[in-house]
Write a protein that binds this ligand. Structure first.
Ligand code: ADE
Length: 479
């Protein structure tokens, strides 16, 4: 029988499928020139463009290229064709750590070693401003020496659940590993959220099952929100104490990574040889690359007129997906408060959004008060059935070009609020809204926007291809 080998970009021989998600498939592959094993993630460009993720992904890729640590799957290079984006990554031969745990809980020393490696890798990324925010079983792989490797650090929007067994692997969209503040979507500290997920991982390694689990999703949210979990009797007191400090529902009082590293349980058995992250760029392919990412800019920070806003510049692609139409997870997360809230995304600068909000409020005879950090209050002038109507509007900077605006009633009558929202605010803000959350827009303007983004990406890819003829400079690396 003919054995046809698939070759990618004349450089990689493609092998078996390692994993699959909505946006991407991961294949085993081998470099034709060096014979090196790699994992190649193939991402459907069309789907990514459709949810408006492309800039964020470019930014994250550039960050990922700087994150080199023995316990993080290396991103060697990025290639693109008209329809696909390819991430060429380090291949972790041992597969997912959780296949191991699925066979039964681990011995304390073994669990500690994986946890130490996990915490060291997470700490390293945080020190570089990279947050995972979606640490979960399918992102924890093992190499041939039983060393843990976190995959997709900073690319969590592209990591999807592929197992549906509901035990150790989360079914798609369930929050088993997600911190309460992430579920509540009130804005969160990426570092604290990652620490929580590491705590869930530690529990699972030692117990062989999840700390928060319920067949009823809402019940599961409730348990997570209250950090309602019980340690099995087999857990030594020291590890219980550590877990209670990590799985603290209040991110402000939750233990820091520095303190975890200083905890007696964590420190035990650490060998003197410290793990030294690589800081040099020694990609397998970066000096000879084809279509890579050298020209992609780094994570953005607030600029000029937006410095007043809550800068969500450390939002990752996962956040944007979940805020985007068609990927609206808020229905899962906030069953009751959802009715009160309205969110939209906008490609307008903050100043334009603010003046539009003020203009519409004035037209609706609402008094505007500016609070700090992008928070605005709109108040009615007349008493309603339940007092004066008051609406809070908060503007979040996702990137300097892309904002999320959340409006919710803080007091007054809900019916009156709905009327103001539906008949006043929504139509009044139409010019600046890209997508209202929870709606699937058949807008021509949106389609046009996508067309523009397609074009931009095509241009970007050809620019990248030209740039990649040259090796990366130090400036590229630091950009
Ligand atoms: N599955 C997903 N990513 C992988 C990788 N880098 N190595 C092995 N298996 C994987």
């Amino acid at each position: 029988m003919e054995n046809k080998v698939s070759v990618l970009m004349e450089r990689y021989e493609l092998g078996r499928l390692l994993g699959q998600g909505t946006f991407a498939k991961v294949f085993y592959a081998r470099s034709i020139s060096t014979g090196q094993s790699v994992a190649i993630k193939m991402i459907d460009k069309e789907k990514i463009l459709r949810v408006g993720l492309i800039d964020q992904i470019k930014r994250e890729i550039s960050v990922m290229r700087l994150v080199k640590h023995p316990h993080i799957v290396r991103l060697y290079e990025v290639m693109a064709t008209k329809t696909k984006i390819y991430f060429v990554m380090e291949y972790a031969k041992g597969g997912e750590l959780f296949y191991k745990v699925a066979k039964g809980k681990l011995k304390e020393d073994v669990a500690r070693r994986y946890f130490q490696q996990l915490i060291n890798a997470v700490d390293f990324c945080h020190s570089r401003g990279v947050y995972h925010r979606d640490l979960k079983p399918e992102n924890l792989l093992l190499d041939e020496n039983e060393n843990l490797k976190i995959s997709d650090f900073g690319l969590s929007a592209l990591a999807e659940s592929k197992h549906q067994d509901g035990l150790l692997h989360t079914t798609c969209g369930t929050p088993a590993y997600v911190a309460p503040e992430v579920i509540n979507r009130k804005g969160y500290d990426g570092a604290k959220a990652d620490i929580w997920s590491c705590g869930v991982v530690l529990f699972v390694l030692l117990a062989g099952y999840l700390p928060f689990h319920d067949s009823n999703l809402m019940e599961m949210y409730r348990k997570i929100g209250k950090a309602e979990f019980r340690c099995p009797n087999s857990f030594p007191p020291e590890v219980r104490r550590l877990l209670f400090r990590i799985l603290d529902p209040n991110p402000n009082t939750r233990i820091s990574i520095a303190k975890i590293k200083d905890h007696p349980w964590f420190k035990r058995g650490l060998n003197a040889r410290s793990i030294k992250p690589e800081l040099e760029n020694n990609d397998v392919a970066s000096s000879s690359t084809n279509a890579g990412t050298s020209s992609f800019e780094s994570t953005s920070t607030a600029t000029g007129d937006t410095q007043d806003l809550v800068a969500l510049s450390n939002l990752n692609a996962f956040d944007i997906i979940s805020f985007s139409a068609g990927f609206d997870l808020s229905r899962l997360f906030e069953e009751t408060s959802r009715k009160k809230e309205a969110r939209f995304t906008s490609w307008q600068p903050a100043a334009v959004i603010i003046s539009k909000l003020e203009e519409v409020a004035k037209r609706l005879k609402l008094k505007t008060t500016k609070r700090d950090r992008g928070l605005y209050k709109f108040e009615g002038t007349r008493e309603g059935r339940k007092g004066i109507l008051s609406i809070d509007a908060e503007i979040f900077e996702v990137t300097p070009e892309f904002h999320l605006v959340e409006m919710k009633k803080s007091s007054g009558d809900t019916l009156e609020y709905q009327k103001v929202l539906d008949e006043g605010l929504r139509p009044g803000l139409q010019d600046i809204v890209w997508v209202w959350q929870g709606e699937r827009e058949p807008l021509e303007s949106e389609e046009q926007e996508q067309e523009n983004q397609h074009q931009q990406l095509e241009n970007q890819v050809s620019e990248d291809q030209q740039q990649l003829m040259q090796p990366l400079t130090l400036q590229d690396k630091l950009a």
